[in-house]
Design a protein. Structure first.
Length: 178
């Protein structure tokens, strides 16, 4: 009887080892709402924190159809936190996209590019935004210009306080040139 049980266990173990799992394929990049949130313009992040605090974000979507970016946030507890609409300048919008709370006038971490420069902070690639935030986290951006040289794209960023924050030249992949 003992020998019979051992053979049964050996055969079962061999069969389990031969089973193959189907490979898992992903159709979209693996991202989290927190990862997406960290790439948003600082004014948008500040408005969401002010309105929802530490409420868990389930999804973030961006709509550019009206000319400027509008971000929609969905929260885990939708009964307490209905969808939140925020313009790229940080203005909180109603569900019909009219301004409910205007954008803040704070200068700390206000990293919005000037309209005259032609490039705004929310027009930049996420890696460029992260480099600016890393190099000058509390500086106010004065102007951003897009430069091309031999097919390469660069962003020249100047700050309103040039004494404490030097200009930055950043490749479109986020690598600092100077």
């Amino acid at each position: 009887m003992k020998m019979h049980s051992l053979w049964f266990i050996a055969i079962a173990a061999a069969l389990c080892g031969c089973a193959e799992e189907a490979p898992i394929t992903y159709q979209e990049p693996l991202t989290s709402p927190g990862g997406v949130f960290s790439t948003l313009p600082p004014a948008v992040q500040n408005s969401v924190r002010a309105e929802a605090g530490s409420a868990e974000i389930v999804s973030v979507s961006k709509d550019n159809s009206g000319g400027s970016a509008i971000y929609q946030f969905q929260f885990r507890n939708s009964d307490v936190y209905p969808p939140l609409y925020v313009a790229s300048d940080g203005s909180v919008l109603t569900s019909n996209l009219t301004v409910a709370v205007g954008a803040s006038e704070d200068t700390i971490a206000a990293s919005t590019g000037s309209e005259v420069s032609g490039v705004r902070m929310d027009d930049l690639p996420p890696n460029v935004v992260l480099t600016i935030r890393h190099q000058a986290p509390t500086a106010e951006v004065d102007a951003i210009s897009r430069l091309t040289s031999n097919g390469d794209v660069f962003y020249n960023v100047s700050f309103k306080d040039p004494v404490h924050h030097a200009k930055l030249l950043i490749r479109d992949n986020g690598k600092l040139v100077q």
